[in-house]
Design a binder for this molecule. Sequence first.
Ligand code: ADP
Ligand code: MG
Length: 349
Amino acid sequence: PASVEFRNVSMRYGAVTAVDNVSFSIEAGKLVTLLGPSGCGKTTTLRMIAGLEIASEGQIMIGGKDVTRLSAADRDVSMVFQSYALFPHMSVIENAAYGPTVKGLGKEVARDMAMSKLELVGLKGFENRFPSELSGGQQQRVAVARALVLEPQVLLFDEPLSNLDAKLRRRVREEIRELQQDLNLTVAYVTHDQEEALAVSDRIIVMSNARIAQEGAPRDLYEQPANAFVADFIGDANLIDVTVKSVADGRAEVAIGPVSVPMPARGLGIGPAKVAVRPESLLIGHEADAMALPGTIKKCAYLGNHLDIMVSTAVGELFVIQYGARDMLEPGMPVWLSFAKSGVTLIPP
Ligand code: ADP
Ligand code: MG
């Protein structure tokens, strides 16, 4: 497998900037996810790795080699498209053998190569069917086999689960991750689903409006979001307006309404800021506590393995989750919210 590197890459379509001065790298043999809402530039980024679009500016390296101006055919990269893009008039094996056939490798060789990849994705016995005779999950496997057939240096997935039903999605994402790890593939994976990204990735690049909002390991992004966009996009977060009162030795004293809470300053200084608080990082107490934020239960919903709770406070309505079997909390009940050590992050205003 090869590494991928973007150096200050932009893509413009007339007045639209689809990707704006983006830099990142994907280590060889790792799965990196581009995560972000619709229209933020994920597919365009993948297409530039594949050579299906030529960057307007910047440099793209694959395996340490500058491929910025190379066409798709010269890049040794395959893509699994969102729609699978199977050829409807070709059988499963003809679809899977497409790459080596076009390369002129000879019918027998191409079929053998295709057959080994079809076995790998569990489609042995289906080789003579047509795409219309397969389920969505099976069609997706054909697309994966076709992408793997020439053993590319880099494999790209564009929202590969979007046409599958919810139950199947979880299984297929595990299969893609296992395949990537077993074959030691370099994969760039695109999704708008934060849970999917957390589940499959070595690293995640969060995109917003054609730019990178934050990059990091899944746990870092959840526990240490860099800004309000990431805090809100990955998991749920309460975004609270606060004031940093003092900073010493990298620790900040933060006024959250009437209470003062110490936390890592993360480079911020005295003045207005925000705190991103995970719903499970707000702990509900039932006795008056001068160190905790007073509030009143507004709503409490029973959701099987957890309770969804809304609490009205001086800093707005806060969303709290309590896991495990708990007693329901009645609207109007006074409570005191304290802040857990993790899942409470100071971010810029
Ligand atoms: P995503 O995959 O994250 O949903 P895209 O990369 O498809 O986003 O698109 C990013 C932006 O670029 C969008 O505003 C989209 O409309 C625009 N865009 C993408 N491809 C083209 C194109 N061929 N011509 C004009 N605009 C495009
Ligand atoms: Mg897209």
